[in-house]
Design a protein around this ligand. Sequence first.
Ligand code: NDP
Length: 410
Amino acid sequence: MGKVLIIGAGGVATVAAHKVAQNKDVFTEIKIASRTKSKCDALAQVLNEKYGTNVTTARVDADSVEELVALMSEYKPDIVMNLALPYQDLTIMDACLATGCNYLDTANYEPKDEAHFEYSWQWAYRERFEKAGLCAILGCGFDPGVTSVYTAYAAKHHFDEMHYLDIVDCNAGNHHKAFATNFNPEINIREITQKGLYWENGQYVETEPMEIHQPLNYPNIGPKESYLLHHEEIESLVINYPTIKRARFWMTFGEAYLKHLEVIQNIGMDCIDEVEYQAPKADGTGMITVKIVPLQFLKAVLPNPQELGQNYDGETSIGCRIRGIKNGEEHTYYVYNNCSHQAAFEETGMQGVSYTTGVPAMIGAMMFLKGIWSKPGVHNVEEFDPDPFMEQLNLQGLPWHELHDIDLEL
Ligand code: NDP
C-alpha cells in the first residue's frame, strides 16, 4: 500500500518499526534513517529475523534539510515518520515540502536553545502543506496522540458539549534504577522542569513547576500522587473543542524521582546553556577548552531509556477524564489504556513508554496510507475521524476501556 521512511532509531522508533513490520499489507517498503547508522542496521536485522521484512537503512543528519532532501528524493516515501527529536520537526517538514512527502510526528517543535514548546511554529506550515496537497499529522504518540483521539471520540459519541477535560498519565512501573527517564532524558527533563500551565475560562493559568498536585486513583494500580504539568495537546484541544471550560494535564512522579530532579536542578545539571570545560585532549598531549551543555552531558551518563525494558515491571495507565453535557444532562466519562512494561518488552525489546508512543505513530501512518486520515494541510490528530484509529488501538496492542458516570476525582 505504501512506502514509509522512519527517521530516528531510538526507543519510540524501534517500537514503531516493529509495528510497521507487523503490518505488511499496509507498509510495503520500510527504510529507517538516523544519525547513527549502526543503530538502524541493528534494528533492521532484528526486524528481518523476526518478521522476514526487508528493511533498508541510511545515515542522515535530520538537522540538515539538504541531507534530508537528498534521502527523500532518492527513496520517495509516501509518508515520513519523524521519530527523532522535537528539534528536527521543522527541518523534516521543510524537506517534506521540498520533495512532496507527507509527514507525521509525536512531539511538537522545540528550539534547542530554549526549553519551550508550542504548536505555532508547525501551524505556520499549514498553507504550504495545503497548497502542496500534502498532509502533516502532528502529535501522534500517546500524549499527545491517543489522548487527543480519546477526546475526539468522547466528543463524537458521548457528549454534546465537553466542559472539563483532565488528561491523566500514570507510570506505575519500576525499572529498578535509582533515577532514569522513560524517554529521551534531555527532552523529558526540559519538559517537566517547566512551569505548569492549564486552560480555564478562556485563558491560560500558569503555576510554579509541580505546584499543584493531588492523589488520583488509576485502574488496576490505585492512588498515585499526580502533578499538574503543561502539556502540548491542551493547546490544540481547547481550540478544536471551544466548549471546554477547563483543560489540565496530570502526570505521576515517585518521591525518589522528584528528589533526584531537585538535586539535578540545584546543581545546575538541567542547564541548557553552554558552559566552558577543560577537557584532556584525546591524544593525551594536554588540555583543551570545550563547550558542553550540562543537560546533554547528564543525558550521556544517565541510563539509556532503551535499555530499561528488561527489568521493568508494572504498568502505565493513561487516559482522559471528561465531564460535560449529553441530551441536557451532565455525564462523566473516563477512557484509558493500561500497558504492561513486560509485555511491551517481550514484543519489541522496549519498555511501555516507548511502546505507548510507537504503536499510535504506526497507526497514524496506517490511517494515512489507507486514505482515512489524509486531508492536505497540517493537522492535530483530533481533527480526523477517531473511530478507525480507536479500532486499530484494540488490534495493535493498546486496548482501551471506558467508565461512565463515575466520580472523576477532579
Ligand atoms: P531517543 O533519544 O531514544 O531516540 C531519538 C532518535 O533520534 C535516536 O535514534 C537519535 O539518534 C535520533 N536523532 C537525534 N538527533 C538526530 C539528528 N539530528 N538526525 C538524525 N537522527 C537524530 O528518543 P525516544 O525514542 O525516546 O523519543 C523519540 C520522540 O518521541 C521524541 O521526539 C519524544 O519527544 C517523543 N515522545 C513522544 C511521546 C508521546 O506520547 N507523544 C512520549 C515519548 C516520547 P542517535 O541514536 O544517534 O542518538
